[in-house]
Ligand binder design. Structure first.
Ligand code: GTR
Length: 392
């Protein structure tokens, strides 16, 4: 006979968990394909199911990029400063340029390599900066915790960044600027044409094209990192471009690591995001406003596209708009794909307390006390995770 106190505990547990469990039934299973067949082998995932999910995200959420690496892509190292950061790093400024039907464009890459890196190529954190350019000051007169370049270099990583506005403006300009204007076809845009997040992710891939040519960089160990809208972008970049060994989503929330079908009462929804930022997505995404269950994917399947590589999903305790609980659930629900591919995903299904990072599996996670932001604490967690998995 259970004692009354344990009965109370059991009931309380059920009350807290049952609604969520019931909700979880709504999520599509990444390991059931479009024909309804279970995906039971790593080969079936890699050769068939992964491509299906990627296409669904292109078609319905982020849109299709009309171009990959342009034939006319050029790199020019415009400045090399060997004694940057008080002699602790070499700074390189690189102009990555490209041209399309609509004219020319380019990315101004800022990057620092720890002194002595030429002896042995180093892994790199590539940061997509979605805030003001003062956060990525190449002179280092201004130092922002949003991009603590000195600390990253001190831990032996190269650190690279570009401002997302170089690629496409974070404004609803009808796709008349940036790479959309350069590369969209003369026939005009379609409902599955790339939105701005896909454009920024494309920019991250062009930076990767450069990093692969730089002998200071260990291109097999490049992490792509972004905060919030930048976090959504980092996930999409990691999904589209398997050269990224690690994708880091910092507080990415809705249309990033936040689930569409299940969300907390204060969380952003597809309706909210399509009202404020419709240009981040393809036009088809409109169909899922107040209609999330019709979306043929959910965001845990985006997370699964990173498998078996490294993925990190981080949240902040007061950031209910980004929905920490559902960001965690996203990681949990992506895990079966990692496991099918022979690596550990999340190592628990219980949401951890703040400041208790989970770094054992190929999906890292932490929740930080505080608000929507990217802080030095977050960066230290990302480097701890990379150290551990890259055995540094
Ligand atoms: C918010 C937006 C979020 C998030 C955030 C940000 O206004 O609703 O989806 O991306 O901006 O980028 O800081």
């Amino acid at each position: 006979m259970p004692r009354p106190v344990s009965l109370v505990l059991v009931l309380a547990f059920l009350a807290a968990n049952l609604p969520l469990r019931a909700d979880e039934q709504k999520l599509p299973d990444p390991l059931i394909d479009l024909k309804g067949n279970p995906v039971t082998t790593a080969d079936a995932w890699t050769n068939h199911r992964r491509a299906e999910i990627l296409e669904l995200f292109r078609e319905n959420v982020y849109g299709r990029a009309p171009v990959g690496r342009p034939e006319n892509l050029r790199f020019a190292v415009t400045n090399t400063m060997p004694d940057a950061m008080d002699g602790k790093a070499t700074r390189k400024l690189v102009r990555i340029s490209y041209a399309g039907r609509g004219g020319e464009g380019g990315i101004n890459l800022i990057f620092f390599v720890p002194a002595g890196a030429t002896k042995k190529p180093v892994p790199c954190f590539l940061f997509i900066c979605n805030r003001g350019q003062e956060n990525i000051d190449p002179t280092r007169a201004e130092k922002s915790p949003f991009w603590p370049a000195e600390q990253i270099v001190a831990r032996g990583y190269a650190v690279a960044t570009f401002w997302n506005g170089d690629v496409a403006p974070d404004k609803n300009t009808g796709f008349t600027n940036g790479v959309h204007a350069l590369f969209d076809p003369p026939s005009g845009r379609r409902d599955d044409s790339w939105g701005t997040i896909a454009a920024w992710a494309w920019g991250a891939s062009r930076v990767m094209d450069y990093l692969e040519t730089d002998s200071d960089i260990d291109a097999k160990h490049v992490a792509v990192v972004g905060h919030s809208r930048g976090g959504k972008t980092a996930l999409w970049a990691g999904a589209e471009d398997e050269r990224f060994a690690l994708a880091v989503s910092n507080d990415s929330g809705n249309s990033g690591a936040g689930l569409a079908r299940i969300h907390g009462p204060k969380a952003e929804t597809i309706r909210d995001i399509m009202k404020a930022f419709p240009y981040w997505f393809c036009a088809n995404y409109r169909k899922y406003i107040d209609n999330e269950n019709a979306l043929p994917v959910d965001q845990h399947e985006l997370a699964a596209l990173i498998a078996p590589r490294l993925l990190y999903i981080a949240s902040a305790s007061e950031d209910l708009w980004a929905d920490p609980q559902r960001e965690f659930l996203c990681a949990v629900k992506a895990s079966p794909v990692f496991e099918l591919l022979g690596v550990k995903g999340m190592t628990t299904t219980a949401m951890p307390q703040p400041e208790h990072p989970l770094h054992d599996g190929n999906i890292g996670h932490h929740i930080r006390t505080g608000k929507h932001n990217l802080t030095e604490y977050d960066w230290n967690c990302y480097m701890d995770f990379a150290d551990r998995h890259w055995k540094r």
